[in-house]
Design a protein around this ligand. Structure first.
Ligand SMILES: CC(C)(COP(=O)(O)OP(=O)(O)OC[C@H]1O[C@@H](n2cnc3c(N)ncnc32)[C@H](O)[C@@H]1OP(=O)(O)O)[C@@H](O)C(=O)NCCC(=O)NCCS
Length: 140
């Protein structure tokens, strides 16, 4: 199918994460499978290059996305999943207000071992959006 004729999916919002300086796109972040009946969605993120990771950009971007999800779309909760060995992903999610809601045991096989899949959720009451919104946590 001709990609230019495909319509954007109204239940999927993917945004670019860009640096103000030089307007460089360093990653993407999304709200996927937005379900406005049940008011839930799934979040996912990636900062492309390792040297842009761990600088606070992911946290800053996620706070904006959560603000959009809860204060504009009126979602009840957003969910995600983290491979249990992904310490950075778990840490930044927790910083934004995600809490663990359960685990799929030994779901992933990486680096010669099995790892749990941590299912996490964030709700308006657990989100740190209110206190952190507009206050950058960036280290650079
Ligand atoms: C996960 C990701 C989006 C986070 O964005 P980021 O900009 O790197 O994250 P931030 O810099 O905002 O926050 C990272 C936090 O994790 C902490 N951290 C880093 N490595 C860690 C580790 N191994 N264990 C625990 N905490 C760790 C940092 O100290 C920082 O917390 P602090 O600000 O309190 O010190 C990004 O690193 C990424 O794209 N990673 C690869 C793809 C991926 O894992 N996507 C998520 C799939 S669920």
């Amino acid at each position: 199918m001709d990609k230019s004729k495909q319509r954007p999916d109204p239940n999927d919002v993917t945004v670019a994460i860009c640096l103000n300086l030089g307007d460089v796109m360093i990653g993407t972040m999304g709200l996927h499978r937005i379900d406005l009946v049940n008011r839930v969605a799934i979040t996912g993120s990636v900062i492309f290059k390792t040297h842009h990771r761990n600088c606070g950009y992911g946290t800053d971007a996620k706070m904006l996305l959560l603000d959009y999800a809860f204060n504009w779309l009126g979602l009840y909760k957003v969910c995600s999943s983290v491979m249990a060995f992904n310490g950075r992903s778990a840490a930044y999610s927790k910083k934004c207000g995600y809490v663990e809601e359960g685990r799929k045991r030994a779901q992933w096989f990486r680096h010669g071992k099995r790892h749990d899949d941590m299912m996490i959720l964030c709700s308006p009451s657990s989100a740190t959006t209110g206190s952190l919104f507009g206050k950058s946590t960036r280290k650079v």
